[in-house]
Design a protein around this ligand. Structure first.
Ligand code: AHR
Length: 503
């Protein structure tokens, strides 16, 4: 019997916010220096921006880009990175054990954000930084003229304010690895006051609180979320969650199911937000949304030697990683009512879809699903009925040293869908390692017009990788014919397929 996917245009989940196709630039390894910014390289423009990288970045239609960290931000003084480049201090960078030259800072990032056509999303330092420094940064970037820091920006050559709308209040403040790590209660107090000063400076900004990122043994991530939501519900617009997964036990079926744990955490936090809002009699008013503002696969470069210095985190991705990314994106769409921001961590090199050396770049496997989703999967998310065979994962490690999971009844087909006008986008990951899955795609009401475009991300085997001069995993066009209320398609083994249909 064929598997079934049923598309019902009346079963709407919510609007897909284009900010779920965000990304992240941190001062880490070769993400900034040697990644997007490489002065002196013949491939760079007069400002030092690598033009080949910029072109690849544009292919991702990055809606929202987080900057400048990450762990880096928790000991970053933004004032070191503005003004004349000769006068900027070189600092000891403690998050990733390197020297920070500060040749790239706020204004360079904003110049780059314009080129890549992305909305900026800044994180303030709530580790070693003060609430006053956070306020002054907003003054520098967002106030037109008058006060000292707005005038300083003008002196630095930026007459008009940058108007940065999205600001996160610290990074992973629940993690003992974070410089200036706080308890949930202490974090909430500091974030509340920082947010207050920042909003007094520019009331139009949107604030993001640091939610749970620490799932190591002994942590209590849901306690952290509960306190932060409760204490900051009048202050923030989003709660940030982070998740990295990895195939540490070389267990393919468990690994490709791991995005379901992100979905489980989304549901838990959604319930907590609902509960806090109901208790405060605020349901429906000024909602708090979820920002998955760091997600990716990261486990290969995770020892202390590979996490420090100018070359740190040089993760190379394979086909199974691309399937995991497609399933993360499916999970965001299936929760479009509450997940309104998501940022792949990160944009270039380190743990990213684009990988450079001095002579060029290649697109990693994970580039391809992200590019397809960001280009086409917009509009309203649909609640899709899926009937496919299932499997159990058994107990497995989600990542290095982190929590374990044990998932039951994982469907081989992982599906999401969106509708935008008369266009329906259906995203299907076939998790089966060896078998194509023949599937009836049914339109509950209306009919498929027969105009299909099909894209497939696949490769010869699950460990297939790309490299300089070698593209093994990429997007290919496929064909699908048929019309009426049912079409049948065989989703190949270990593949991600996007179908563009008209109903
Ligand atoms: O993205 C790499 C690091 O992962 C970030 O700096 C930090 O926030 C997270 O732990």
């Amino acid at each position: 019997q064929n598997a079934r996917i049923k598309i019902d245009l009346d079963r709407k989940i919510g609007e897909v916010d284009k900010k779920i196709y965000g990304n992240f630039v941190e001062h880490l390894g070769r993400c900034v220096y040697g990644g997007i910014y490489d002065p002196g390289n013949p491939l760079s423009d007069e400002n030092g921006f690598r033009l080949d990288v910029l072109e690849a970045v544009k292919g991702l239609n990055v809606s929202l880009t987080r900057y400048p960290g990450g762990n880096f931000v928790s000991n970053y003084n933004w004032k070191d990175g503005v003004g004349s480049k000769e006068d900027r201090p070189t600092r000891l960078e403690l998050a990733w054990s390197r020297l920070e030259s500060n040749q790239f800072g706020t204004n360079e990032f904003m110049d780059y954000a314009k080129l890549m056509n992305t909305e900026p999303y800044f994180a303030v330092n709530l580790g070693t930084g003060s609430i006053l420094e956070a306020q002054q940064w907003v003054e520098y970037t967002n106030v037109e003229s008058g006060p000292y820091y707005a005038e300083l920006r003008k002196k630095h050559g930026y007459e008009k304010p940058h108007n940065i709308k999205y600001w996160s209040l610290g990074n992973e403040m629940d993690g003992p690895w974070q410089m200036g790590h706080l308890s949930a209660e202490d974090y909430a107090k500091k974030a509340r006051e920082a947010g207050k000063l920042m909003k007094l400076t520019d009331p139009s900004i949107k604030l993001v609180a640091a939610g749970s990122s620490n799932f190591y043994p002994g942590a209590n991530p849901m306690h952290w979320n509960r306190v932060v939501i409760d204490e900051l519900k009048d202050v923030v617009d989003y709660l940030a969650l982070h998740m990295y997964v990895g195939n540490v036990e070389d267990n393919y079926y468990a690994f490709v199911a791991s995005p379901l744990v992100l979905e489980e955490r989304t549901h838990l936090v959604k319930g907590m937000i609902d509960e806090a809002m109901t208790r405060a009699n605020r349901k429906g008013k000024d909602p708090i949304y979820i920002a998955w503002d760091e997600y990716n696969i990261w486990y290969r470069w995770r020892s202390s030697e590979t996490m420090s210095g100018d070359i740190a985190l040089e993760e190379r991705y394979n086909l199974e990683d691309a399937l995991v990314i497609a399933s993360f994106l499916n999970a965001f769409i299936r929760n479009a009512d509450v997940v309104k921001i998501a940022n792949m961590a990160q944009l270039v090199n380190v743990i990213a879809p684009i990988f450079t050396n001095e002579e060029g770049l290649f697109l990693q496997t994970i580039y391809h699903p992200l590019a397809l989703f960001a280009q086409y999967a917009h509009g309203t998310a649909l609640d899709v009925f899926v009937d496919s065979e299932t499997y159990n994962t058994g107990d497995f490690a989600l990542g290095l040293g982190e929590q374990r999971a044990d998932l039951k009844n994982v469907p081989y087909l992982d599906v999401s869908a969106t509708v935008n006008g008369d266009e329906v986008i259906i995203n299907v990951v076939n998790r089966h390692k060896d078998k194509a899955i023949t599937t009836d795609i049914l339109a509950f009401e209306g009919e498929f017009s027969g105009d299909f475009e099909v894209f497939e991300v696949n490769g010869p085997d699950i460990k297939a990788m790309n490299d300089f001069g070698k593209t093994t995993v990429e997007t290919k066009s496929k064909s699908l014919k048929g019309k009426g209320d049912k079409v049948t398609y065989a989703f190949p083994a270990h593949s991600y397929t996007m179908i563009r249909a008209k109903i």
